[in-house]
Write a protein that binds this ligand. Structure first.
Ligand code: IPM
Ligand code: MG
Length: 370
């Protein structure tokens, strides 16, 4: 049996609590001989800052570099609001994305039928929703230089962020989106702001060319990013795959998350380019939600986004797609049986499960299906 090396970075806030539910599933799969997972654990974010003054240490970066998959919880919290910008908790996550070359961020927003009433939108708008946001993750305004605040000397300061994209960055993320669309409903919507931004003009041009030359059989439409946000709350089922830049992807995926009932439901996969020799892609899997410091330690966190992120690792990195399907089915079954953490509760289906109870119930379903 191939053995895989998983590197846990639970992070801050509810990160360790939701990660504990993944660890439970990983140990069970190990004891059943379903897979051979070697696991190791490190610190990222505020917890890393507290331990060694950096948002992630060199030692833990090196471990992340060699891991088959990094499983990441969440980082940040008010405790670290005042730490220097370069070592703020989020810097650890951004460095992982950049140094591992994880340019493709896949954020599937699926509304489980049982949760249609937990969304703030009407049931018919979200029920059965299954869209995929493909977010560019290592470029754009997140990393562009200059990125500064300068003192203008007249009582004014100037803040600068730089949005920058090169052709190859747009080409490779477009290919990821088109390839995934072919396995789904064969439609890509490319979102940018070409009416205001030069990067948007280039984005539009490059996506159009890649489509024409390499994927003419896939349906492509272009949408302005602000309009895309509006369409997502108006009638999200018009979309299949949405491909967009780093910043628009950040915003649009939070919108998409709420369509599923809760931010606590959205998993993500961040993938690098396939290695020329081994074909292996570096990868990191993380829930889209944050560290939710307000509920940390109360047992209220929903572990589903974290567990589903592990499911994406099974599918995209570990070659265990059948187990990814079973895990998704287990999540769906638990929800259908009425189990709810606070974030996905509704009047008809009040909260009745802690983080651990939700994790245990999902594992139980998985065991029953084994
Ligand atoms: C996300 C988060 C991160 C981002 C933060 C924590 C840096 O919001 O993954 O969506 O902005 O990318
Ligand atoms: Mg975000």
């Amino acid at each position: 049996m191939t053995s895989y090396n998983l590197f846990y970075l639970p992070g801050d806030g509810i990160g360790p609590e939701v990660m504990a539910e993944v660890k439970r599933i990983v140990s069970w799969m190990n004891t059943q001989g379903i897979a051979k997972f070697e696991t190791d654990e490190g610190l990222a974010g505020g917890s890393a800052y507290d331990a060694h003054g950096k948002a992630i240490s060199e030692e833990h970066m090196a471990k992340a570099q060699v891991a088959d998959a990094v499983l990441f919880g969440a980082v940040g919290g008010p405790k670290w609001d005042k730490v220097p910008y370069d070592v703020r908790p989020e810097a650890g996550l951004l460095r992982l994305r950049k140094d591992l070359g994880l340019f493709a961020n896949l954020r599937p927003a699926i509304c489980y039928p049982a949760l249609a009433d937990a969304s703030s939108l009407k049931r018919n708008v979200v029920e059965g929703l299954d869209i995929l946001i493909v977010r560019e993750l290592t470029g754009g305004v997140y990393f562009g230089e200059p990125k500064t605040i300068t003192d203008l000397g007249n009582g004014q300061k100037r803040g600068i962020d730089t949005q920058v994209y090169d052709t190859f960055e747009i080409e490779r993320i477009a290919r990821v989106a088109f390839d995934l669309a072919k396995t789904r409903r064969n439609k890509v919507s490319s979102a940018e702001k070409r009416n205001v931004m030069k990067t948007g003009v280039l984005w539009n041009e490059v996506v159009t060319r890649v489509h024409k030359e390499e994927y003419p059989q896939v349906t492509l439409e272009h949408v302005l990013a602000d309009n895309c946000a509006m369409q997502l709350v108006r009638w999200p089922k018009q979309y299949d795959v949405i491909v967009t830049d780093n910043l628009f992807g950040d915003v649009l995926s939070d919108v998409a998350a709420m369509l599923t009932g809760s931010l606590g439901m959205l998993p993500s996969a961040s993938l690098g380019a396939p290695d020329a020799k081994t074909k292996r892609r570096k990868s990191l899997y993380e829930p889209v939600h944050g560290s939710a410091p307000d509920i940390a330690g109360t047992g209220a966190a929903n572990p589903i986004a974290m567990i589903a992120s592990f499911g994406m690792a099974l599918r995209y990195t570990l070659g265990l797609g059948d187990w990814a399907d079973r895990l998704d089915a287990a999540i769906s079954a638990v929800l259908a049986k009425g189990l709810r953490t606070k974030d996905i509760a509704s009047e008809a289906q009040p909260a009745n499960a802690t983080t651990t109870q939700m994790g245990e119930a999902i594992l139980k379903e998985l065991q029953a299906a084994a």
